[in-house]
Write a protein that binds this ligand. Structure first.
Ligand code: SF4
Length: 324
């Protein structure tokens, strides 16, 4: 398969940085925002205790004390880039917990605080598939008429048994329904998946990737399961009930995933970041650059690209899309 021309990069996959440069003609930085939301999987609405791998602390900003207003977070985030010659535009990334969990007027006020600021060209809203509705999607669709809007749905796995085991509080059908409601509104859809979830085989992980490949999803974030102190996964890891992938396994699996995704899917992340103070394993995940370089080397060794195995499976599911 020849390298797709639209990427205009040096990678063997379509990285987010290149996508943004191609679209906006300049560097675009994501500003992390903690708007003070909680999560229905933690506060009792869906469940208590949260996902088995989630540490529940929220952003480092939240851990320091009362949160500054969103507008102030955007201003201080932008100031970090002021000295960079090429810093030009920003996306406000509502990242912490479930950023659509509230009445639509509250959401509008919080999003407006970010999007009305100079040089903020868009929003990225992290949320759960069971936490959107028509009103919220209409609000985001309204912004999308003039701004660049991503909605990021946590999925992690397409397998209900895994979702249940991880206490996600929603099933795969909820995710597919959320994507269906979101598609066709001018919004960009990103989804998050985890490699190394307990009990999952490589084939099962690839089934998740192939399902994503078959849906109208524009971007993906992939990371390895981290065992964090204070979480159920951390507890299982410490007592020896679960193992975590070694770096070779992870790199191989990520390359397999990249091969089955469509060439146009934007790869927003390929490693987990942060958590150094509470991460029990795997140790190798702390070295982001080493992991990214290993992925590059593996793709080179295979002489392959993202999309090289994007095939009939996706097409078949695409045909079923209307009846899902
Ligand atoms: S949905 Fe997200 S914020 Fe909520 S418990 Fe799970 S990982 Fe944590």
């Amino acid at each position: 398969m020849p390298k797709p021309e639209l990427w205009k990069n040096r990678k063997r996959y379509y990285d987010f940085k290149s996508f943004l440069v191609n679209r906006f003609g300049c560097k675009v930085y994501k500003l992390q925002i903690d708007a003070g939301f909680t999560c229905p999987n933690r506060d009792g609405k869906v469940a208590e205790g949260g996902c088995a791998y989630c540490d529940g602390r929220g952003s480092s900003l939240r851990q320091k004390g009362p949160l500054p207003p969103v507008a102030e977070q955007v201003r201080s985030g932008k100031s970090l880039y002021r000295n960079l010659r090429d810093a030009a535009k920003f996306i406000a990334y509502f990242q912490t917990f479930t950023n659509t969990y509230g009445p639509v007027e509250k959401l509008r006020a919080l999003y407006d605080e970010a999007i009305l600021q100079e040089d903020v060209i868009g929003l990225s809203i992290g949320t759960r598939p069971d936490c959107i509705d028509e009103e919220i999607l209409n609000l985001l669709q309204g912004y999308a008429k003039t701004k660049h809007i991503w909605i990021e749905y946590g999925l992690q796995s397409i397998h209900d048994r895994t979702l249940e085991r991880m206490n996600r509080g929603h099933d795969a059908a909820a995710f597919i329904e959320a994507v269906r409601k979101t598609a066709g509104r001018g919004l960009f859809i990103c989804t998050h998946i985890i490699v190394g979830l307990p009990g999952e085989t490589r084939e099962q992980i690839l089934e998740t990737a192939k399902t994503i490949a078959a849906l109208p999803i524009d971007g993906i974030k992939i990371h390895c399961l981290l065992a964090l102190r204070g979480t159920e996964v951390g507890r299982l890891y410490e007592e020896g009930s679960i193992t975590l992938p070694d770096m070779g396994d992870y790199v191989d699996t990520v390359c397999d995933i990249l091969e089955v995704l469509p060439p146009a899917t934007v790869i927003q992340r390929l490693t987990a970041e942060g958590y150094r103070d509470i991460c029990l394993g795997p140790d190798w995940a702390a070295n982001k650059l080493k992991v990214l370089n290993a992925i590059d080397r593996e793709l080179e060794k295979r002489d392959t690209y993202q999309g090289a195995k994007y095939d009939v499976t996706g097409n078949r599911l695409q045909a079923l899309w209307g009846s899902l």
